[in-house]
Design a protein around this ligand. Structure first.
Ligand code: KPL
Length: 300
């Protein structure tokens, strides 16, 4: 039995696999698209530390595991688990940007099997070949997680993650944390993609009024969803993350620069949709959603 199977051999998946393996957990990667199972050579350049190297199973079918961790792009979640038979005692941890992708898992899983996480560790993909993955841990962050059903009890086996990734914080209600991260992504991701800049640029005075309006819309929508997050609190988190990740390009900036599909539908798109359900207009978030959609349509 594997402790963890990981879907998504990218920067975050590589970081998680390496840290868990370093703590002597049995880890494998799963990718249904592989024609046959093989091995993946994984190298992690640690945060201010030596390099770690592992050879991990790279399977085209899911093997028995306690945790299945999904860290792909939000719009790839449904496809990533298609055709996998996930055992009833396997706990699934979804670690993606935005909110809404979890809905596509509920036709396959019992809701009590599903856990949602927010990750703020910085991870950079250095190189990805068919059987090789090199990643770098670029910033120490934290992992927050909780049950899809707001369960009060910490799941069994959380210790695996905790030892490898201190700090891992358990929340009886994970949704306020997810909405706070949503606010960060609603502001930083589209603005850096549109202005083709690093996260730190958004600390400049010319962006402050737009960030204030975006946060006000998010705070009002969150309140209608029963989540109390003040505009000031959200704005402060956005600016704090922009400062901490000042030299990074956001994931959406990178997606658009490389003409890939972005996660906008699960970020500003999710916000606009939830607000609409409550009869609320969110013009600032809608404008960013439309601008990013337009930029995607203009790809060569
Ligand atoms: O989550 C991020 C992303 O780029 O998707 C932030 C926190 C904005 C860091 O770049």
């Amino acid at each position: 039995m594997y402790h963890c199977a990981i879907i998504g051999a990218g920067a975050v998946g590589g970081l998680i696999a390496a840290k868990l393996s370093q703590n002597h957990n049995k880890v494998c990667f799963v990718d249904r698209r592989l024609s046959e199972s093989s091995q993946l050579e994984l190298e992690l350049e640690q945060w201010q530390g030596a390099k770690l190297q592992f050879k991990l199973p790279y399977l085209n079918q899911l093997a028995p595991c306690r945790w299945l961790i999904i860290c792909v792009k939000a719009h790839q979640v449904a496809q990533a688990i298609e055709g996998l038979s996930i055992a009833a005692d396997c706990q699934v941890l979804l670690m993606v940007n935005g909110i809404g992708a979890e809905q596509s898992l509920l036709s396959t899983l019992k809701p009590e099997q599903l856990f949602l996480a927010s990750n703020t560790h910085g991870a950079l993909l250095i190189d990805k070949q068919a059987h090789q993955l090199r990643v770098k841990h670029t910033g120490l962050g934290k992992i927050d997680l909780g049950g899809y059903l707001n369960q009060v009890l910490e799941p069994q086996y959380l210790a695996y993650l905790n030892q490898a990734f201190e700090p891992v914080y358990w929340h009886n209600n994970i949704y306020p944390v997810l909405w706070q991260k949503l606010a960060i992504n609603c502001c930083i991701n589209p603005l850096t993609a549109i202005h083709r800049c690093r996260n730190g640029e958004l600390l400049k005075p010319q962006y402050q009024s737009e960030i204030t309006h975006l946060c006000a819309e998010i705070s009002h929508t969150a309140a209608l969803e029963g989540i109390a997050l003040s505009e000031q609190q959200l704005q402060q988190s956005v600016l704090q993350v922009a400062k901490l990740t000042a030299n990074n390009f956001s994931s959406m900036q990178q997606d658009l620069a490389q003409q890939r599909r972005s996660e906008i539908d699960y970020i500003n798109g999710y916000l606009v949709e939830r607000a609409k359900q409550h009869g609320l207009n969110t013009p600032c978030n809608l404008a960013l959603l439309q601008r990013i959609k337009q930029m995607e349509q203009d790809y060569a």
